[in-house]
Design a protein around this ligand. Structure first.
Ligand code: SF4
Length: 336
């Protein structure tokens, strides 16, 4: 049994003008001790997926799912308040994740009080211990400092300490290193990796950065316009990406380009999904698109045992079409 199982998750926002289908039929699972990377451009629905799983979507958002099970229990029945300590989140911007008028120690101790029933000296000692665990020097002194007295990297370490104070089984990291410079980013990634191995944590790691995904994830799900369009173990996805969108994302990583000086880009933007899909949402940007792509919504096809892609190129019901070219010129070879 997977630690977290999500089936057919839909998160919609009804506005006066339209209904935005921010997450549109997403299914995935995470095993204990595993890191699932959720990757995609801004606006693809990654963060809304995480917030939906954590019960953090505010009005006018509506979250519906065929099932969301944590340790086999239905999250809707257990209630998110009950489960929240077991599911913690680290947000992108540590300064906005912390309360500026409380000390770092106060904020860790609050989580310890709520989730581990620790108070007084026991809570302070544990807060200091957690700050040491996340690599804050002179933790006994710094526990009484305020967030503005911490550097950006130290603040993110403190946010991770708050998340760990909940004693979680699943840590959701929502772009946890995007606001940090490259050196600090590497330190935070190392820290998360170390903590995960020590605590046997499951991690849902959200990022737009394929380089970070390659470094951190065991498996990867690629998200586009509210849908998961490819899922595979990280090495398979990087060696043999099957969905044209994934190929485009990988081709745009510096160092992977075979020819030319300029990195290739995927022209256009992620569309906002406002209606039930009746075609491939990537079609307007896809170098492989053929006529059926504008009339049929692609379902996930297993291209190998543990590798799925939602693309009509792999659906035997449709005639083989020569790709229009473009992405192959960069990543090499049509692998249908
Ligand atoms: S279904 Fe068609 S448009 Fe969509 S990714 Fe596959 S080839 Fe491209």
């Amino acid at each position: 049994m997977a630690l977290l199982e999500v089936e057919e998750l839909h998160t919609t926002f009804h506005t006066e003008k339209e209904t935005i289908r921010a997450v549109d039929g997403v299914s995935f699972e995470i095993e204990r001790g595993e890191t699932l990377g959720l990757v995609g451009e801004s606006g693809s629905g990654k963060s809304v997926t995480a917030r939906s799983v954590l019960g953090l979507v505010d009005e006018p958002g509506i979250v519906e799912a065929e099932a969301m099970r944590f340790r086999g229990d239905d999250l809707a029945e257990v209630g998110w308040e009950q489960a929240r300590g077991d599911l913690s989140i680290v947000f992108q911007d540590p300064i906005n994740s912390m309360n500026p008028v409380y000390t770092v120690g106060n904020q860790i101790e609050e989580a310890l009080r709520i989730h581990q029933n620790l108070r007084g000296k026991a809570a302070t000692d544990e807060a200091i211990s957690l700050l040491k665990d996340v690599g804050i020097p002179d933790a006994a002194r710094r526990v009484d400092e305020y967030p503005h007295q911490f550097s950006g990297g130290m603040r993110q370490r403190a946010v991770i300490a708050i998340a760990l104070a909940c004693d979680p089984d699943l840590l959701v990291c929502d772009e946890p290193t995007t606001a940090l410079d490259v050196t600090i980013q590497a330190q935070i990634l190392d820290l998360l990796d170390e903590l995960q191995r020590e605590e046997d944590l499951a991690v849902l790691f959200i990022t737009h950065d394929m380089g970070v995904i390659e470094e951190t994830a065991d498996r990867v799900s690629v998200m586009y316009a509210g849908e998961l369009i490819e899922t595979a173990p990280v090495d398979k996805l990087f060696e043999n990406p099957r969905h044209p969108y994934t190929r485009g994302l990988l081709a745009s990583i510096p160092g992977r380009t075979v020819n030319g000086d300029r990195l290739p880009t995927i022209e256009g933007e992620v569309p906002t999904a406002t209606s039930e899909p009746d075609s491939c949402r990537f079609a307007p940007r896809c170098a492989y698109a053929f006529a059926d792509c504008n009339q049929v919504h692609p379902e996930r096809i297993n291209v190998s045992e543990d590798h799925g892609a939602a693309c009509l190129l792999y659906d035997e019901r449709f005639p083989e079409e020569p790709p229009a070219g473009g992405i192959d010129a960069v990543v090499g070879g049509d692998e249908r």
